[in-house]
Design a binder for this molecule. Structure first.
Ligand code: PGA
Length: 254
């Protein structure tokens, strides 16, 4: 059985006070009772607030993740943050290859792959994000795009390392647009991703890997998305910025 994994991606939102308040609200809203080892929950605040959010979450089992990481260990990489730095401030997870990183900041599959390797070697659990653009879906290229992102993103990752990874399927046309993929559309791509994992690894491992859906997920559509066989969790942007909304999603996953 794959344990549902609900993660909040705060993106470049909140300020120090609202970030801490949001984290405290999640810690206090008896999320722990809800989590009770039946579900994994994490939040990914802006990197400058990671330490403060870590402190606010310290007595809760809500995990902490970064939104991005650099693959080099240290040195002259102005503006970047390393795996060990994220570990220092209490991160367990890091998103890698979010579509905004790929499409706004030009991250390539090769960079994504280096980040996946660096994260796992340094002890962070990557959430590898993949997803097609609207024009790619309309040109029936969804599977081709996803396959390239998965195969290249996981190049050189052996079965043991693969255990550390969560995959997030986030169709770019559904992110922040209010357009959610239908549960059926999500299921089709999730099943396709799992079939790729069977080819790359084996059936047993493919069955263990959690695949989150992301793209305008909210409390009102969470249960239906999560009811699909291969949808194992949600990566939530906008609806993770209010404690009640995010709690509603967590409850839908229980
Ligand atoms: P959204 O973002 O829920 O606001 O669509 C999801 C994401 O980008 O992770």
């Amino acid at each position: 059985m794959r344990k549902p994994f609900i993660a909040g991606n705060w993106k470049m939102n909140t300020d120090i006070n609202s970030a801490v308040e949001l984290a405290k609200a999640l810690a206090e809203k008896s999320v722990d009772a809800l989590i009770d080892n039946k579900i994994t929950v994490a939040v990914c605040p802006p990197s400058v607030y990671l330490s403060s959010v870590a402190a606010a979450l310290s007595s809760s089992s809500v995990g902490l993740g970064a939104q991005n990481v650099y693959f080099e260990a240290k040195g002259a990489f102005t503006g970047e943050v390393s795996v060990s730095m994220l570990k220092d401030v209490g991160c367990t997870y890091t998103l890698i290859g979010h579509s905004e990183r790929r499409h706004i900041f030009g991250e390539t599959n090769e960079m994504v792959n280096k980040k996946v390797h660096a994260a796992i070697s340094g002890g962070l659990l990557p959430v590898l994000c993949v997803g097609e653009l609207l024009e790619e879906r309309e040109a029936s290229k969804t599977e081709e795009v996803i396959k390239t992102q998965i195969v290249k993103g996981l190049e050189g990752i052996d079965a043991a390392k693969m255990q550390a990874i969560t995959i997030a399927y986030e169709p770019v046309w559904a992110i922040g647009t209010g357009l959610t993929a239908s549960p059926q559309q999500a299921q089709e791509v999730h099943a396709f991703i799992r079939s790729l994992l069977v080819d790359l690894y084996d059936t047993n491992l493919a069955e263990e890997i959690r695949i989150q859906y992301g793209g305008s997920a909210k409390a009102s559509n969470a249960a239906e998305l999560l009811s699909k066989k291969d949808v194992d969790g949600l990566l939530v942007g906008g609806a993770s910025l209010k404690a009640d909304d995010f709690m509603g999603i967590i409850e839908a996953a229980l």
